[in-house]
Design a protein around this ligand. Structure first.
Ligand code: SAM
Length: 220
């Protein structure tokens, strides 16, 4: 009998996902990682602070906008860490989309999502224009995952005018992969106001992300 092959450590899964040569490969890594993702990434020892920071920024924007009972899309929702962080504030309807069905299955078990669907964010999103008050996207604009086109405009398209997109973009790809230019272009077209802040993505790990807030001014 051949010896059992040990499961890769979380850093190995993350490195593999960030080096994915294709959407299919990225999906198969998350399919394998789903069962242990929360224990490894979601625990306090890992200091993965991005989900809470994005949820706090979204809730702050909603409060300043006077929004209540908002409808939210969690794009790249994974196992639901962001939905859980969002749901502590006030009643909401939260929908999630993600590439990996096993990740979506874990998100479903949290009980905080209204609808969960499989979707590839490198493609147009199968949702009508102006559906959501708030769209969040955490940890998904990163190496080997999702690029700026068409995803940023698609997230904006499904957001209501006066609504907001709050996303993290791994700092090392913010300029090199065209995110900064795409945001500048959308500003020039009068579609958004934007703010960008450098945050800890994983505390104490050296990973930084741009926390991007896009306030939608007009329909894409
Ligand atoms: C690092 S995890 C982040 C998950 C969750 N937002 C969090 O903060 O815990 C990245 C997620 O992006 C998803 N993903 C990767 N490529 C994607 C794509 N092309 N379209 C949609 N989701 C994708 C993965 O399945 C995974 O759930």
């Amino acid at each position: 009998m051949s010896p059992a092959i040990p499961a890769p450590a979380p850093a190995l899964y993350l490195n593999q996902a960030r080096n994915s040569p294709s959407v299919q490969e990225c999906m198969s890594i998350y399919d394998k990682w789903a069962a242990t993702y929360n224990d490894e990434v979601g625990d306090e020892a890992q200091n993965y602070v991005a989900p809470v920071l994005v949820a706090q920024a979204a809730i702050k924007f909603e409060k300043s906008n006077g929004a209540a009972n908002s409808i939210i899309l969690d794009a790249g929702c994974g196992t639901g860490l962001v939905g859980q962080a969002l749901s502590i504030a006030q009643p909401k309807a939260i929908d999630g989309i993600d590439l990996s069905v096993p990740m979506l299955d874990i998100a479903r078990d949290t009980g905080v999502y209204r609808d969960l669907d499989q979707a590839d964010l490198n493609q147009p999103i199968n949702k009508p224009d102006g559906t959501y008050d708030t769209v969040v996207c955490v940890g998904t604009f990163t190496l080997g995952h999702v690029g700026p086109n068409p995803a940023l405009r698609e997230l904006l398209r499904v957001t209501k005018t006066q609504g907001v997109v709050v996303a993290t973009i791994l700092d090392e790809i913010w300029i090199t992969h065209g995110f900064k230019d795409e945001v500048a272009q959308m500003k020039e077209e009068g579609l958004v106001n934007s703010s960008e802040e450098l945050i800890d993505y994983v505390k104490g790990h050296g990973d930084k992300a741009v926390l991007l807030i896009l306030e939608k001014l007009s329909q894409v």
